[in-house]
Design a protein around this ligand. Structure first.
Ligand code: PLP
Length: 393
């Protein structure tokens, strides 16, 4: 049985060209970038080439990019590091109700450590509006963290307007852009954000690597104490192969890969083309889903990432449905990978006011540029039969 992989929001397959770019740094180029002999100086140069390229992809300066181990680390660092370093201006932090656990749990940590946290609600469409954010801002608010797109629904948030609200109230704004980077053009200056989290494995790069954009001049506590890596803000020998892989993966989407990387230009795809392709497949999937009685697409009327489809089937158990799909080789998830496995209803759907009888029958399909129309067709056949079967027993 062939596998139909529709869980790309959980993780993606490493692109072969990304692996090719990484290989030299997993084999012969193993030197420690902090060492002083010539081969190691090359590693250091490679890191800086990657940093410069990644900075360009979001309109930032190289010195504003800090390498991390991925989205969770970037989010933890942003929340704890920025709040603590700016505590003299106030101890109030705002997060949205639909954030990833990496943000929500970091906010809880802040609460246990002397900060006050407010959760800003979302509309029924799953959006944080500037007006509602303005209502929770206080003179002592130092940081607002709102994700660029939600991982369960794909809903895009109006970050530009939200950062204006945060700044007018004297606060900084962090955005978790883990689901957006590599799928859409992103500019930190256009969005007006002060910090932004990225994770490589969500866009065909390796797991265990990411970065945090920190706007120049913004105070942030160091994450790890030790050596002088990342200007002393995140000590530890750098994950050179991972960082090269992340850069190559970014170049798949954004083009103009650094010439010094072992990266074939013909592996690149245009973000716009990939978006249009995934949008067309998502439409095919959504039309097929809506043809199933008592089904709906969550956040269907709002702006979403291409390729993320959150569908609910009234009165169905998503666990049972996932099992039937799995038996046919179809990989999807109930809500997000982090929330699935627990029987708790999704906090994202709850925040959107989705009734339990709908929320408990929710499945997230997430596509990639490698998904085919035939795979979507097959998924719809199995899905329709499975829902019918579960409703008949
Ligand atoms: N933030 C969002 C929105 C995510 O979807 C994820 C991945 O599940 C993360 C953060 C965590 O990223 P990582 O798996 O790299 O720790």
């Amino acid at each position: 049985m062939t596998t139909i992989y529709l869980d790309n929001a959980a993780t993606t397959q490493i692109h072969p060209a990304v692996l090719d770019a990484m290989m030299p740094y997993l084999t012969g180029e193993y030197f420690n970038p902090s060492s002083q002999y010539s081969p190691a100086l090359h590693e250091k140069q490679v890191l800086e080439t990657c940093r410069t390229y990644l900075a360009q992809t979001i309109g930032a300066k190289p010195s504003e990019i800090r390498f991390t181990s991925g989205g969770t680390e970037s989010d933890n660092w942003a929340l704890k590091g920025i709040a603590q370093a700016n505590a003299e201006h106030g101890k109030h932090v705002v997060v949205s109700a639909i954030e990833h656990p990496a943000v929500l749990e970091s906010a809880k940590w802040l609460e246990r450590n002397g900060f006050e946290v407010s959760q800003v609600p979302v509309t029924e469409e799953g959006i944080v509006t500037p007006e509602v954010l303005a209502e929770v801002m206080r003179p002592d608010t130092v940081l607002v963290s709102i994700m660029a797109a939600n991982n369960e629904t794909g809903l895009l948030q109006p970050i530009r307007e939200l950062s204006q609200v945060a700044h007018e109230a004297g606060a900084l704004l962090h955005t978790d852009a883990v689901q957006v980077y590599g799928k859409m053009p992103l500019s930190v200056t256009e969005l007006g954000v002060d910090a932004l989290s990225i994770s490589a494995h969500k866009f065909h790069g390796p797991k265990g690597v990411g970065f945090l954009y920190c706007k120049r001049g913004m105070a942030i506590e160091p994450l790890l104490n030790g050596g002088a890596q990342e200007r002393g803000y995140r000590a530890g020998t750098e994950n050179v192969a991972g960082i090269v892989g992340m850069t190559a993966a970014a170049a798949l989407a954004y083009g103009n890969a650094p010439a010094s990387l072992n990266f074939t230009a013909d592996a690149a795809y245009e973000v716009e083309q990939a978006t249009a392709y995934e949008q067309a497949l998502s439409r095919q999937l959504e039309e097929g889903i809506l043809a199933i009685p008592e089904s709906r697409i969550n956040g269907g009327g709002a702006q979403r990432l291409a390729g993320v489809v959150s569908a609910s089937f009234k009165g169905i158990s998503s666990e049972a449905l996932l099992l039937l799909l799995d038996q046919e080789g179809i990989c999807a998830s109930a809500g997000s990978a982090c929330a699935s496995g627990s029987l708790e209803p999704s906090h994202v759907l709850q925040a959107m006011g989705v009734d339990d009888e709908w929320a408990s029958g929710t499945i997230r399909f997430s596509l990639s540029a490698a998904t085919t129309a035939a795979e979507i067709e097959r998924t719809l056949t199995v899905l329709t039969q499975s829902v019918q079967h579960l409703r008949s027993v």
